[in-house]
Design a protein around this ligand. Structure first.
Ligand code: SF4
Length: 355
């Protein structure tokens, strides 16, 4: 069990963030926000995949003015991503947005920030103090100038200003494109404050690179008990961002599994059966929304030989351990029969369906 770092709670619409509730998964649309039809379509697809909070880019007034129309057609809360221009924050708040992200690195006009805070307070919506490594390069920290020190000092300075205006619904994110700086920055701020933390490694690149950086960056922090909501950043579809976000949480036991777990060996020179093919077939069955094999509690072991195979297969609900042209089939810890290699997949699937 992971012991979570204690944070204050804020509400983004109906989604509670912080205060010990389960970590939520969010993403960001990649459409032009003012293209309402495409934006709504994309958000609905993400909702179906389990996206719990959606962030929209607000680069111009027409994007801000699209918020109320989008909000009416979706089911999850919206966070508006604001940079440079606090007027856009005022407009999205008027439009009924559920949360505003401000970047202290490019939003510095104190009077304008005061006005945004006043309106956010009136509508009871939180503000995320959202820093990226790219926006603090010019910041001069009083306690050091490493990337993590700058991110933390800048976020705390801005958040304290919000608190001086008697505003408490604050979340913080400190995303660096460098994984180690990201981890260090979040660890540092978690020691100093109780703000709910939105985790992410920024600009993590295309799918494979992002999976690795995010799993290490977000995963290490979550394993430390740090983090209340996450976004995996991918140069690719937001659908993958949501899927991978959930997989990170599931791998750490921080979210219930949404599909059966496959434990499969990597194969090696000892392997006597076609494990890769068997895993592919079982995986495609699990992924198919119409499949009967959807029980998320199922643990399925697919192992190539008798070295680790019987042990893993016994630990799982169902499993196979390969031998020479056959496999042993295990169910609930017991070896139930030996199956010739030509029949492994159909026999295995038949038994899985009975579970
Ligand atoms: Fe190799 Fe057997 Fe381990 Fe699979 S279970 S990786 S075949 S030793």
């Amino acid at each position: 069990m992971i012991k979570r770092h204690k944070t204050r709670a804020v509400w983004i619409g109906k989604v509670k963030v912080g205060g010990g509730v389960p970590v939520s998964v969010q993403s960001m649309t990649k459409t032009k926000t003012e293209d309402i039809k495409s934006t709504v379509r994309q958000i609905r697809e993400l909702e179906d995949l389990g996206c719990q909070i959606i962030r929209l880019a607000i680069p111009r007034m027409s994007s801000a003015q699209a918020i109320s129309k989008i909000k009416k057609q979706i089911h999850i809360p919206i966070e508006a991503d604001i940079h440079f221009n606090p007027e856009l924050a005022l407009e999205v708040i008027k439009q009924g947005v559920n949360s505003v992200r401000l970047n202290p690195g490019n939003t510095t006009n104190k009077d304008a920030i005061r006005e945004v805070v006043a309106q956010a307070k009136k509508r009871e919506i939180p503000i995320r103090v959202g820093l990226n490594s790219g926006s603090v390069w010019g910041y001069k920290g009083k306690t050091g100038n490493t990337m993590e020190q700058k991110l933390v000092a800048c976020a705390i300075e801005f958040s304290r200003f919000l608190e001086s205006l008697k505003f408490r619904d604050i979340m913080v994110s400190l995303k660096a494109s460098d994984v180690v700086s990201t981890i260090n920055a979040y660890r540092l701020i978690a020691q100093k404050t109780d703000y709910p933390l939105h985790l992410g490694v920024t600009a993590a690149g295309p799918l494979n690179s992002s999976i690795i950086k995010s799993a290490i960056g977000i995963g290490s922090l979550l394993a430390d008990g740090i983090g209340d909501t996450i976004r995996v950043s991918i140069t690719g579809t937001p659908h993958d961002e949501v899927r991978i976000g959930h997989e990170i949480l599931e791998s750490l036991g921080l979210a219930k599994r949404r599909k059966p777990e496959i434990i499969a060996c990597p194969t090696c020179g000892r392997c006597e059966i076609d494990i890769v093919k068997i895993v592919k077939q079982v995986e495609s069955l699990i992924k198919n929304p119409k499949s009967e094999i959807r029980n998320p509690k199922l643990k399925i072991a697919i192992m190539g030989c008798v070295v680790n195979g019987p042990g893993e297969a016994r630990e799982a609900d169902i499993g196979i351990a390969g031998g020479k042209d056959f496999a042993f089939l295990f169910k609930h810890g017991k070896r139930i029969r030996k199956v010739p290699s030509g029949k492994i997949v159909p026999e295995f699937i038949k038994e899985i369906k009975k579970l």
